[in-house]
Design a protein around this ligand. Structure first.
Ligand code: 9WN
Length: 451
């Protein structure tokens, strides 16, 4: 892969950084969609697309709308929004359409290649952001009316098929969390004991494109492939998967994003003259159940392993996501903020960010994907959460450090928490998108201390 030019710190002003971020998004454009990274992820990904739409909401409304329209073209008739919509002309990726074989489900969209699992539901929030920043309010109103039934079906799928009745929704694959090899899933994956005959035959492409030690292990990939093959063999029938799947987790970040997305869907419904009540009631219920996962000793919320019927003892930076959704009380939030700062790192000369796993954890690895590196998406969530609860100084620190990381190191997938050096995919779209949002979000900018 070609190396990106590192950019000299501080000599690059905000306007130039905006220009560079937009250039990354443009370079990743493939027809009507923006792919996360041209070699590693050459198709459309669900939550990446939502963040890319949020960024375009500031600068090019029609492109923001087009991004989500293309993603929802892959929506299934039961409401499932797939985590990958394969783009015609996109490059090789494992697992590709031949492995997913989603036509085994009566719900998969005919003629559209997709995966058969989901990712965190941040899409209603992206639609609301488009409406809030619209330069063409009439077009935004039409888009809102077009998207409402699709969002209703998507959230309906989650609240219908992914719940055991307590308001929390569950994931059935580590990829659904968006944090594939996070140590939060180690125990649940270790309980999936496979014999060689259980593992479907497959060939990884990711390890041909970059350093293998920055990617999940072979044992993890065997389990990822095994779970996909299981869903495929069950014809993607949600009821059958709910019974048979050995990996069933109620994840903190996924549920926090759903709470916020349900709130945002309520606002969209109200703007459209519809009843926001059902969405707000769902948000209240999920929020209350999520707050029930509070771990008082560690001052954060922890996930729940449904198969083991036990809370997940590993807490990571993603467990601060309830702040983003306004879930904890002010008193709990204050304690969470102490935990945020205690687990933060300072890869540059200004501000702090939160790594995906605390360096104090014996499993911490500086460049191994979701087991240590700094991820922009998690820090964007933490930033929004801190800002929401009025911790402007801390929010400003996260914002400054994140912008510096990208300004100094380039647009990478993730960053070494010690050196700030970029790793993983290059020319990374949602890194560019989230930086654009931080730079252009005038609603919050006036709250931030000067850089
Ligand atoms: C599997 C695209 C996606 C992100 C995920 C990130 C990574 C895929 C992979 O890339 O996952 O979905 O092949 O590793 O973990 O959050 O959406 O950027």
């Amino acid at each position: 892969m070609a190396s990106q030019q590192p950019v000299a710190s501080r000599t690059v002003g905000a306007d130039e950084l905006v220009g560079r971020a937009l250039a990354v998004l443009e370079a990743n454009q493939l027809g009507p969609v923006t792919v996360p990274s041209p070699q590693l992820y050459p198709h459309q990904w669900s939550w990446d697309a939502a963040f890319i739409a949020m960024a375009y909401a500031h600068v090019e409304q029609s492109r923001a709308e087009g991004e989500l329209r293309a993603l929802f073209a892959g929506q299934w008739s039961n409401g499932l929004l797939p985590h990958i919509v394969f783009a015609p002309g996109g490059g090789p990726y494992f697992p590709g359409p031949d492995f997913w074989q989603v036509d085994r489900s009566p719900h998969a969209p005919p003629g559209q290649a997709t995966s058969g699992i989901v990712q965190p539901p941040v899409h209603a929030s992206a639609v609301l952001q488009i409406c809030r920043h619209a330069r063409d309010p009439e077009a935004a109103a039409r888009f809102r009316t077009e998207m409402l039934p699709k969002l209703d079906a998507w959230h309906g799928y989650l609240h219908r098929e992914r719940t055991r009745g307590n308001g929390l929704v569950e994931i059935w694959h580590p990829w659904e969390s968006g944090m594939d090899n996070s140590p939060m899933w180690d125990d649940a994956l270790a309980r999936i004991v496979l014999t060689p005959g259980d593992v479907p035959s497959y060939e990884r492409i990711d390890v041909q494109l970059g350093p293998i030690e920055e990617r999940p292990t072979g044992d993890e990939y065997d389990r990822y492939a095994y779970l996909v093959a299981l869903f495929r063999d069950l014809g993607y029938d949600p009821a059958a998967i709910r019974d048979a799947c050995p990996f069933v987790v109620q994840d903190v970040m996924f549920n926090a994003m759903l709470v916020q997305a349900d709130r945002d869907l309520a606002t969209l419904a109200q703007l459209d003259g519809a009843d926001p009540g059902p969405y707000d009631r769902r948000a209240d219920r999920t929020a209350a159940a999520l707050d029930g996962l509070w771990d008082d000793d560690r001052a954060l919320h922890v996930g729940y392993d449904v198969r083991r019927q036990a809370t997940i003892t590993t807490g990571t930076a993603a467990c601060f996501a309830p702040l983003y959704a306004g879930v904890p009380s002010a008193a709990r939030a204050a304690r969470m903020v102490e935990a945020v700062t205690a687990s933060s790192v300072r890869p540059g000369s200004r501000g702090f960010v939160v790594p995906s796993l605390s360096p104090d954890d014996p499993r911490f690895l500086r460049t191994r994907y979701w087991r240590g590196p700094v991820w922009p998406v998690i820090n964007w969530l933490v930033y929004r959460g801190l800002s929401r609860y009025g911790f402007q100084s801390e929010a400003g620190q996260v914002r400054t450090a994140l912008i510096d990381l990208v300004r100094d190191g380039g647009f990478y997938e993730h960053y070494d928490p010690m050196t700030g050096r970029g790793h993983g995919g290059e020319q990374f779209a949602w890194t560019a998108a989230l930086i654009l949002d931080l730079l252009l979000d005038e609603d919050r900018a006036h709250l931030m201390p000067p850089e």
